[in-house]
Design a protein around this ligand. Structure first.
Ligand code: UN1
Length: 512
């Protein structure tokens, strides 16, 4: 495991850092991190105490007071250097992400590539924090918008993407003049610690511009640190990736103190396949969407809504494709699919399949937990195809596992869209069709109700240049590209009178 050494992961690691410095001597309960790939202990992490959390937030706040006055393009220069360092460590960090979470090496490296891409995007953005100018209704007056940084941004990330979502938030927040406090998932803290080491080099090289506290890390065990962060008035924005249940709690806690949230919660993403679709393309997209990251992406394809006339053909091709999926060690590049994150996730997979059959569904392929050589961790499962109705309770909820639900429709595309939208979540969606009337209807106001809607590509693997996020129970937040940067700033409207009179707005006369 050469990559652990390259990334400075020791047997025992401090889990709290203010940038260059790691907090010593104040550790909460240790966290043992096991790989789902082979079940072995990777390393131990010392978690944050209440006092350590306090220190970190205070440091972050002090850093903000300095960082907000650094010109935005200079802040961009720091992010450019981070992007360069990520290029240097891409292979090692990709391998750790793969080993710690179980996603394939390809996908581990792909996640680091997303970090590099968003950092590059943010560098450009640092010269484009634009506001509008408006024409005042009063003579010799000027009006404009400007954007100011918010303060300490709390970034809470999930195990399935242990590093990229931090960078979607942190790179933009940093160029916007905010400072970032990162709480990674306690299921994947080592990837976060590795990133913090990479950052610490850049911070050290730029100590004249970068205050200690710009990027901090707090690994927690249990709920205490997370709860502190949600209720902390010094943290004006919390950006959280996680389940709908966690997001609902976070939204309530943060909004009760009038803080802001960016929420990126559960998905129940579907692909519609119409009679005119290119089926070879559709099948490849569906399989990657359902099996990639072992079905543990928030953008994973969970439902396929197929027209009756091509249903048997699609189901048959999918079953054939599923037979060819190589399951095993995620670090071995010949495997397509690694394990689930832990045995708890395997149990949820099992229970979901029990519910599928109890609610009237049929398992067409898969359904088993794998045993024997190479599967000793107990976290490997077969990707599974099920035939269901959209209104089964189990189909209405997100199971973080490679379970794909096949659903028929028999009428026109309106029927498929109605089925598509009839779930509580609204993250990603796609249609495979070569009929422009169908695809345009899918993209229209009466079409997909998701934050992401694609034509002839799958539901997962969104590029960083677009705004990422979804509607309904997905939480409504947007991260990454487009104008998502605005979420990390406060808007101010400025009106300047350069004349010698004081005309009031709305034509009001007030003489004294
Ligand atoms: C997630 O699963 O939390 O679109 C994010 C994708 C990736 C991001 C997934 N770019 O699949």
């Amino acid at each position: 495991m050469e990559f652990l050494k390259t990334l400075r992961i020791e047997k025992e690691n401090q889990g709290v850092s203010t940038g260059q410095n790691w907090l010593d001597g104040e550790s909460g309960p240790p966290l043992d991190v096991f790989s789902p790939a082979d079940g072995k202990l990777i390393a131990r992490v010392l978690t944050a105490t209440e006092a350590a959390y306090e220190k970190v937030v205070e440091k972050a706040h002090q850093a903000f007071l300095k960082w907000r006055m650094v010109p935005a393009p200079k802040r961009g220069e720091i992010v450019r250097q981070i992007s360069n360092q990520l290029r240097v460590y891409k292979d090692a960090l990709g391998a750790l992400v793969s080993y710690e979470t179980g996603k394939s090496l390809q996908e581990g490296k792909g996640e680091v590539q997303e970090m590099i891409d968003i950092c590059d995007f943010a560098v450009g953005q640092s010269r484009q924090l634009y506001g509008f100018t408006m024409h005042s209704e009063r003579q010799e007056h000027r009006m404009y918008d400007q954007y100011h940084p918010l303060g300490v941004v709390g970034v809470v990330t999930a195990f399935n993407f242990p590093v990229a979502p931090w960078s979607w938030n942190a790179s933009l927040a940093a160029v916007c003049g905010d400072v970032v406090l990162w709480k990674p998932s306690s299921k994947s803290p080592l990837s976060a610690i590795a990133v913090q080491h990479i950052l610490s080099d850049v911070i050290k090289d730029n100590a004249d511009v970068v205050p200690e506290g710009l990027f901090s890390l707090v690994v927690g065990s249990g709920r205490a640190v997370g709860e502190n962060l949600l209720n902390d008035r010094r943290i004006p924005l919390v950006s959280l990736t996680g389940s709908t249940r966690v997001g609902q709690h976070a939204a309530q806690a943060v909004s009760a103190r009038f803080g802001r949230t960016i929420l990126e919660l559960g998905g129940n993403n579907a692909i519609i396949v119409t009679p005119s679709a290119d089926l070879a393309m559709a099948v490849t997209a569906i399989v990657f969407g359902a099996v990639g990251t072992a079905g543990q992406r928030c953008t994973s394809t969970r439902r396929v809504i197929v027209h009756d006339s091509i249903y048997d053909k699609v189901a048959g091709s999918l079953a054939k494709a599923y037979e060819s999926i190589r399951i095993g060690d995620p670090l071995d590049p010949k495997n397509h699919m690694g394990p689930l994150i832990d045995k708890g996730a395997v149990e949820q997979y099992r229970q979901a399949l029990d519910q599928v059959t109890a609610q009237g569904g049929k398992i067409l392929y898969g359904g088993k937990v794998l045993e024997g050589d190479g599967y000793a961790s107990g976290c490997y499962v077969q990707p599974t195809l099920c035939e269901v109705q959209n209104d089964y309770p189990i189909v209405q909820s997100e199971t973080f596992a490679p379970i794909l639900y096949l659903i028929r429709y028999s009428g026109d595309v309106s029927e498929a869209i109605a089925i598509h939208n009839d779930v509580p979540q609204g993250l990603s969606s796609a249609i495979f069709s070569n009929d422009i009337r169908e695809t345009e209807q899918f993209l229209s106001a009466a079409g997909s109700d998701c934050g992401i809607a694609n034509v002839n590509i799958g539901t997962s693997g969104a590029e960083i240049g677009g705004a990422f996020g979804g509607e309904k129970e997905t939480g409504g937040g947007r991260e990454s590209g487009s104008d998502a940067w605005k979420g990390y700033m406060r808007r101010q409207t400025n009106t300047i009178n350069y004349g010698r009179d004081l005309p009031l707005a709305q034509g009001i006369e007030f003489d004294i």
